[in-house]
Design a protein around this ligand. Structure first.
Ligand code: AMP
Length: 120
Protein backbone atom coordinates (compact mmCIF):
# COMPACT_ATOMS: atom_id res chain seq x y z
CA UNK A 1 0.00 0.00 0.00
CA UNK A 2 1.32 3.42 -0.93
CA UNK A 3 0.95 5.10 2.47
CA UNK A 4 3.47 7.64 3.78
CA UNK A 5 2.93 6.78 7.45
CA UNK A 6 3.09 3.00 6.81
CA UNK A 7 6.48 3.68 5.20
CA UNK A 8 7.55 5.63 8.30
CA UNK A 9 6.47 2.75 10.58
CA UNK A 10 8.41 0.30 8.37
CA UNK A 11 11.50 2.51 8.38
CA UNK A 12 11.38 3.05 4.61
CA UNK A 13 11.14 6.81 5.23
CA UNK A 14 13.13 8.39 8.09
CA UNK A 15 11.38 10.10 10.99
CA UNK A 16 12.20 11.74 14.32
CA UNK A 17 10.87 8.83 16.37
CA UNK A 18 10.37 9.53 20.05
CA UNK A 19 8.52 6.35 21.12
CA UNK A 20 7.20 3.05 19.81
CA UNK A 21 5.74 -0.17 21.13
CA UNK A 22 3.91 -3.15 19.64
CA UNK A 23 0.87 -1.05 18.62
CA UNK A 24 1.91 2.56 18.15
CA UNK A 25 4.63 4.74 16.64
CA UNK A 26 5.24 8.36 17.75
CA UNK A 27 7.32 10.91 15.87
CA UNK A 28 7.81 14.64 15.54
CA UNK A 29 5.73 16.41 12.90
CA UNK A 30 7.99 17.58 10.07
CA UNK A 31 6.07 20.84 9.71
CA UNK A 32 5.26 21.58 13.37
CA UNK A 33 2.74 24.08 14.67
CA UNK A 34 4.98 24.45 17.75
CA UNK A 35 8.12 22.92 19.29
CA UNK A 36 7.44 19.28 20.13
CA UNK A 37 4.38 18.84 17.86
CA UNK A 38 4.08 15.05 17.87
CA UNK A 39 2.04 12.52 15.88
CA UNK A 40 0.87 9.22 17.36
CA UNK A 41 -0.08 6.61 14.78
CA UNK A 42 -1.19 2.97 14.87
CA UNK A 43 1.36 0.55 13.40
CA UNK A 44 -1.51 -1.10 11.52
CA UNK A 45 -3.05 0.94 8.71
CA UNK A 46 -6.42 2.55 9.44
CA UNK A 47 -7.66 5.46 7.37
CA UNK A 48 -9.49 7.58 9.93
CA UNK A 49 -11.70 7.65 13.02
CA UNK A 50 -14.50 5.71 11.31
CA UNK A 51 -12.05 3.04 10.20
CA UNK A 52 -9.83 2.48 13.27
CA UNK A 53 -10.68 -0.40 15.61
CA UNK A 54 -11.33 0.27 19.28
CA UNK A 55 -8.30 -1.61 20.60
CA UNK A 56 -5.95 0.59 18.59
CA UNK A 57 -7.92 3.70 19.47
CA UNK A 58 -7.47 2.86 23.15
CA UNK A 59 -3.74 2.19 22.71
CA UNK A 60 -3.29 5.54 20.96
CA UNK A 61 -5.08 7.48 23.69
CA UNK A 62 -3.27 5.55 26.42
CA UNK A 63 -0.03 6.51 24.68
CA UNK A 64 -1.13 10.15 24.45
CA UNK A 65 -0.92 10.33 28.28
CA UNK A 66 2.61 8.96 28.17
CA UNK A 67 3.73 11.34 25.40
CA UNK A 68 2.00 14.30 27.03
CA UNK A 69 4.05 13.68 30.20
CA UNK A 70 7.20 13.30 28.12
CA UNK A 71 6.55 16.61 26.33
CA UNK A 72 5.91 18.31 29.70
CA UNK A 73 9.16 16.92 31.05
CA UNK A 74 11.29 17.82 28.04
CA UNK A 75 9.77 21.10 26.85
CA UNK A 76 7.66 22.44 29.73
CA UNK A 77 4.81 23.92 27.63
CA UNK A 78 1.87 25.79 29.18
CA UNK A 79 -0.62 23.37 27.65
CA UNK A 80 -1.07 20.57 25.12
CA UNK A 81 -3.75 20.55 22.44
CA UNK A 82 -4.93 17.25 20.95
CA UNK A 83 -6.26 17.22 17.38
CA UNK A 84 -7.36 14.49 15.01
CA UNK A 85 -8.49 15.38 11.48
CA UNK A 86 -10.88 13.45 9.21
CA UNK A 87 -12.24 13.97 5.70
CA UNK A 88 -11.18 16.95 3.61
CA UNK A 89 -9.00 18.41 6.38
CA UNK A 90 -7.04 15.15 6.76
CA UNK A 91 -3.91 15.42 4.66
CA UNK A 92 -2.41 11.97 5.36
CA UNK A 93 -4.94 9.14 5.14
CA UNK A 94 -3.45 7.01 7.93
CA UNK A 95 -5.11 7.70 11.30
CA UNK A 96 -2.99 10.01 13.47
CA UNK A 97 -3.41 11.99 16.66
CA UNK A 98 -1.66 15.36 16.90
CA UNK A 99 -0.21 16.45 20.26
CA UNK A 100 0.48 20.17 19.92
CA UNK A 101 2.26 21.90 22.80
CA UNK A 102 1.00 25.41 23.54
CA UNK A 103 3.40 28.04 24.90
CA UNK A 104 2.75 31.50 26.36
CA UNK A 105 6.03 32.50 24.79
CA UNK A 106 8.23 30.30 22.70
CA UNK A 107 10.85 30.75 20.02
CA UNK A 108 10.47 28.23 17.25
CA UNK A 109 13.32 25.72 17.09
CA UNK A 110 14.25 23.36 14.26
CA UNK A 111 12.70 19.87 14.45
CA UNK A 112 16.21 18.47 14.68
CA UNK A 113 17.04 20.59 17.76
CA UNK A 114 13.73 19.64 19.42
CA UNK A 115 14.49 15.99 18.68
CA UNK A 116 17.87 16.34 20.43
CA UNK A 117 16.00 17.45 23.57
CA UNK A 118 13.94 14.24 23.50
CA UNK A 119 16.98 12.04 23.10
CA UNK A 120 19.06 13.75 25.83
P1 AMP B 1 -3.40 16.02 8.90
O1 AMP B 1 -3.78 17.29 8.24
O2 AMP B 1 -4.09 15.82 10.22
O3 AMP B 1 -3.51 14.82 7.98
O4 AMP B 1 -1.88 16.20 9.28
C1 AMP B 1 -0.82 15.55 8.64
C2 AMP B 1 0.45 15.98 9.32
O5 AMP B 1 1.50 15.14 8.89
C3 AMP B 1 0.88 17.43 9.02
O6 AMP B 1 0.96 18.15 10.25
C4 AMP B 1 2.24 17.25 8.34
O7 AMP B 1 3.15 18.28 8.68
C5 AMP B 1 2.69 15.91 8.85
N1 AMP B 1 3.64 15.21 8.00
C6 AMP B 1 3.55 15.01 6.66
N2 AMP B 1 4.62 14.29 6.23
C7 AMP B 1 5.38 14.03 7.31
C8 AMP B 1 6.61 13.34 7.52
N3 AMP B 1 7.27 12.77 6.52
N4 AMP B 1 7.12 13.28 8.77
C9 AMP B 1 6.47 13.88 9.80
N5 AMP B 1 5.30 14.53 9.68
C10 AMP B 1 4.75 14.62 8.45
Amino acid sequence: MDCLFCKIVNGEIPSYKIYEDEYVFCFLDINPKSNGHTLIIPKKHFKDLNDIDNDYLFKIHETSKKISKLIDEKLNPNGIQIVQNNGVIQEVKHYHLHLIPIYNKNDKMSVEDVYKMFTK
